[in-house]
Each structure stands twice: as C-alpha cells, then as structure tokens.
Design a protein around this ligand. Structure first.
Ligand SMILES: O=C(O)c1cccc(C(=O)CC[C@H]2O[C@@H](n3cnc4c(=O)[nH]cnc43)[C@H](O)[C@@H]2O)c1
Ligand SMILES: [Zn+2]
Length: 401
C-alpha cells in the first residue's frame, strides 16, 4: 500500500487531513475544519479542498495559495474525476468495477506501483462511455478547477481510449468543446487540450491520436499540444517521432511525459526525438547535471507533480523529491497536480508542498504561479492578464498583512 492515500484518506505528509469537498458525501464535520482564514483576505466560495493543510506550512500561506490565481499545465482529464464525478458516472453505469462507496474508494485509489496505478486509471476510463459522460466530466473538472482559482489549464486528454471504447469521434470532440466553452462562460476558467498517446497501447494508438489531432475536420479548436503518457518502461520515446513530427507540423506543441519512472536518457530522448518543449515530470533529470544545465539554458520547463511521484512510488518521500535540485540548477519549475483525486491532492496542496520543500513565502509562490503562466501555450495578452491578476492579488494580500 502506498503511503499516500486518496482524497478520502490521510495527507501525503501522513498528518491526516481528510477530503473536505463541500459536495463530498464524507465532508469533515465543521468542528474538524481548519480555523478560518484572516477575514477579508479573499472573496468567493470556499476552496475545493481546504482540508489539505500541511501542518508545516503556515495557515496563512495556505489561505494565500487558495486565493492565488493559477495556471495548471499537467493534469489528466480522467485523472481529475473527483469522487463526486466518479460516483455520478458509476451511478450511470452500475456494472462498473469502480466502487461508489467513498470508504471503498480510499483503498481503491491506493497504489502499489505505477503499473497498478495505470490499471486502476483504466477502470475509471471505462466509466466514460457516452459523449454525455465526456461532457459531464470535462465541465465538472473545470468547476473544480475554478474553485481553486485556476484561471487557465491545459488538460491532457487521451482520445484513443474513448474512441476505441466506441465513442464516436465527432461526438467526442463536440462534447469536450461544448464543455470547454460552457465552462469558460460559467466559471471563467480557460481550458486548452493536450491529446496524448497512451504509449503502452502501441503505435496503433499513436497513429489514431495523431490522426485525431491533425485532421482539420476533427481537430478541436482548444487543442494546443501533443503528448505521450502511460508507463515508460519498455516504451521507448524515439519510436513516436513520426507522430510528433506530424503533430508539430500541424502547429501543436510537444509535451511528452519523460523521466517519471525511467532515467534521464528518456528525457534526452524526448528532447531529441520528440522535440519536447516542456517535459511531463522529468523527475530523473536530477540524476544528470548536464541535462539539468541543458533544461535551464534552453528554458525548457519541467511539469513537476510532487504528490503524484509519491503516490506512484516514483519517488520515496516528499522530502526526497528533487524539486529543489531543479530550482537550484535554474530550471523553470511549474507545479501541477497530475491526477489529483486519485493522488489525494489538488493544485493548492501541490503549491503548499512546493512552498515547504522550497521554503517559499508569498512572493516566492507568486513567482511559481508566474512560471506556469510563462510556460503555458497561451497568447501574450492571455498571459499578461493572469500575471496582472497574480501581482494585484499578491500586493493586496501583503498590504493587508
Ligand atoms: O485506453 C486503453 O485502452 C489503453 C490501453 C493500453 C494502455 C493504456 C494506457 O497506458 C493509458 C495510460 C494513460 O494514463 C494517463 N496518465 C495519467 N496519469 C499519468 C501519469 O502520471 N503518467 C503517465 N500517464 C498518466 C495518460 O494520459 C495515459 O494516456 C490505455
Ligand atoms: Zn501525467
């Protein structure tokens, strides 16, 4: 059993904050809620997961993070399905093997290793069977993001997994686009897509993903990048070069996972063969000083997902996470949640983890949030808007302190 539990269980730090989604059937009692934040510091509704409070991070800093406008660059579509969404989908498809009982989900979302995580992940993929399921998932994920003050997110979607399960490709694209536009209008969160190849599914999946991403009749307006996910062991990056070449030629950015569960050579391969512009995880880059120097010099960002790395056992403990080595080497670090409910985290918690591991105060956290804006595949006016929001929020927070 992993020492990191799902959102229903103890915190990554082991101190036991439990999931407190106000809509969750197992919200904590008011008595167990964290003390209220300083009055007048932020407006709007409660953050989604105020429960995730690292005791080593000052409460005020948690409150600052909760209100900080953020961008997220590495977060999976199906992996973002909250217990509330999973329950709703499981109710629609009662023959599914995914438990609906929150207590059972605690164990279900506890992983022995990366392969086990993928096995569980695919059982949740099996819950997405109709275009309406796709629309519901996408829209509700945006709602959850907006509650964490996420202004912009690049959501990694694996269209192959849906089309091979029989969802019509046109209806799939319409569903994500409809959800994207409605969510932006309703919540103000801008969504963009990264279509990823599930590498372990072979070159057939690469062909299908490249086709869906580059066919002008299908390609959704919100698509900005092309990725490669799933297990890395035995799934060499260079074989995907022709598919990335096609995607890049069609104007998409290259953002493969690399160095999550294998060594730094995989990151080099992603850079050399797949022309990666950002690296998903890149955790093992820390083992290769030349690689770190290369990433820093070329300003190739790492999409760091600390809690994910513990949950899948890619890294043993948070204190052993190489994030500090990345920043020390001058690498542009962005903070992300990967598959937040499955890993018992959310983006706010990942910022709190980063604050602790990097010793950041409010200004440091604001800079971290701006790293994600810099690394985003968003136009300059869009970036400037979020940066201004971050600066205004931070200045008024500090002025009130
Ligand atoms: O959909 C299928 O039929 C299928 C068949 C064979 C293999 C696969 C996959 O390997 C799907 C993996 C899927 O996992 C996603 N994901 C989510 N979190 C992570 C992560 O931390 N690291 C790598 N991959 C992750 C990713 O989007 C893959 O496409 C599917
Ligand atoms: Zn990922």
């Amino acid at each position: 059993m992993s020492n990191v539990r799902s959102c229903y269980g103890p915190s990554p730090s082991g101190s036991g904050p439990a999931y407190d989604d106000p809509e969750s059937p197992i919200s904590r009692s008011p008595a167990s809620r964290p003390a209220s934040r300083a009055p007048g510091r932020r407006s709007g509704e409660e953050p989604l997961t105020e429960h995730l409070v690292d005791p080593d991070v000052p409460r005020d800093l948690h409150a600052f993070i909760a209100g900080l406008p953020k961008a997220e660059l590495h977060v999976h579509h199906v992996g973002s399905a909250s217990p509330r969404i999973v329950s709703e989908l499981a109710a629609r498809h009662p023959d599914s093997m995914v438990p609906t009982d929150p207590e059972a989900l605690v164990d279900y979302f506890t992983f022995t290793d990366f392969a086990h995580f993928i096995q569980v992940y695919l059982s949740v993929v099996d819950l997405i069977r109709t275009p309406e399921d796709v629309r519901l998932l996408t829209y509700e994920v945006a709602r959850d993001m907006a509650r964490q003050q996420v202004r912009y997110a690049e959501l990694t979607i694996t269209p192959y997994s849906s089309t091979r399960r029989g969802i019509d490709e046109r209806a799939f694209m319409d569903a994500i686009e409809d959800a994207r536009k409605t969510a932006e209008a309703d919540f103000g969160t801008v969504l963009r897509w990264c279509f990823d190849i599930p590498g372990e599914a072979g070159l057939e999946s690469a062909e299908e993903t490249a086709r869906l991403a580059t066919d002008d009749r299908l390609r959704p307006e919100g698509l900005v990048s092309f990725g490669l996910g799933g297990p890395e062991i035995g799934v060499a990056r260079p074989q995907f070069k022709p598919y990335f070449d096609r995607a890049i030629a069609a104007g998409l950015h290259s953002v493969p996972h690399a160095g999550e569960t294998t060594g730094p050579q995989t990151v080099w391969d992603a850079l050399t063969h797949l022309r990666a512009e950002r690296i998903g995880h890149g955790t093992s880059s820390a083992q290769d000083p030349k690689l770190l120097a290369h990433l820093a010099e070329r300003r190739i960002p790492l999409e760091v997902c600390p809690t994910s790395n513990i949950a899948t056992r890619a890294v043993r403990t948070l204190d052993e996470h190489p994030i500090k080595e990345f920043t020390r080497a001058g690498v542009l670090v962005t903070i992300n949640s990967d598959d937040p409910p499955m890993f018992g985290t959310d983006l706010n918690n990942e910022y709190a983890v980063a604050a602790r591991l990097l010793g950041l105060d409010e200004r440091g956290l604001a800079d971290l949030a701006k790293n994600a804006v810099e690394a985003a595949f968003l136009d300059e006016p869009g970036k400037a808007r979020i940066r201004d929001e971050i600066d205004t929020y931070t200045s008024s927070w500090l002025a009130a302190s």
